[in-house]
Design a protein around this ligand. Sequence first.
Ligand code: COA
Length: 318
Amino acid sequence: MANSGDDDGSGFTIKDMRPEHVEDAGRALFTAFYVDSLATGVPPTYNVASPEQGSSLLESFLSQPAVYKVVAVDAAGKVLGGACMQSGDAYVHAIGPLFVSPNSADRGVGKTLMRSLIEHARKLNAPSIRLTTSAANRKSFCLYISLGFRPVECTSAFFGTVHPDAGECAAFAVGISTEGISTRKMEEADVKVCAEIYSKGMGYDREDDIKAMLTKSPERCWVATTEDNTILGYTTGLFLAGHTMTTSEAAWVAVVSRAIKEKDGDVSGISIPGVLYPRLIKWALAMKLVLARHSWYMVIGKYQRPKDDFYWSPSTYH
Ligand SMILES: CC(C)(COP(=O)(O)OP(=O)(O)OC[C@H]1O[C@@H](n2cnc3c(N)ncnc32)[C@H](O)[C@@H]1OP(=O)(O)O)[C@@H](O)C(=O)NCCC(=O)NCCS
């Protein structure tokens, strides 16, 4: 439970997010990211597209007990900002979004919201707290460093609308052969194997997330296999909440290309840790995707880089 005590003189208090906060908070979320987009040149459509979209994202979190969510409100009850964290009993507690209305910036609201999340994660003995933040946003980077986060990866996020077959053509152009790799829809029976691949590569379990993504958006979830149906990796979708993990570069390209094809070439987001996988950046560019932003992947606590021969694309959360 967030501290819902009196204002300590700062002009705001932190409260658990409730239905009555959602409309105001959605507006603050949209405005915060819109202003940030204008200031940093990240396409606004890549962030939250409207106040309504902001509210509906937050509303969806209200019904999820595993998401810890707080708002900062002033004496009149107006929402100044908010923050959310995928929590539950997971190994990784993933923060996002954090937002403060530009009218209330630079008063410590963001830092106080973040402290409330970190305190909650620590109470639950979370081994690892993670987030991603736009590398162009100097303020959020400094804020997170001051709270104990360390930058561990830099990711490049691409989006755009391309030809449905662009993934395969681009693979050919950059010298990646997907011969012998098949792709098909993920099925419930695949989740355990996919989760094993993820935990072998990254050192922690993500089965619940994979299962939840398959339940919520089965049309986005795909696996890459050998011809005898051994799973080589999977994606839970090419959008901010989806992630990908495979056991080879070719399997990564095959499964992501299949997801692109099935969405008629509509890519709302692919995040590539380019230091680890420089050729995948070339692949995204060969496909004529647009680079939307670079982000820092930041961690408090445990972090293991993907092991050799594992190809990982994080969601916007982790
Ligand atoms: C990022 C954001 C949440 C910050 O909220 P805020 O309430 O204005 O931030 P705070 O006032 O709590 O803290 C900002 C800190 O950064 C520091 N800071 C800001 N710019 C800095 C810079 N260029 N160099 C060094 N420090 C800087 C400030 O000094 C302050 O630290 P201090 O309190 O130790 O002095 C807000 O700007 C926002 O909503 N941005 C758009 C959305 C976003 O980017 N969210 C986060 C990414 S997921």
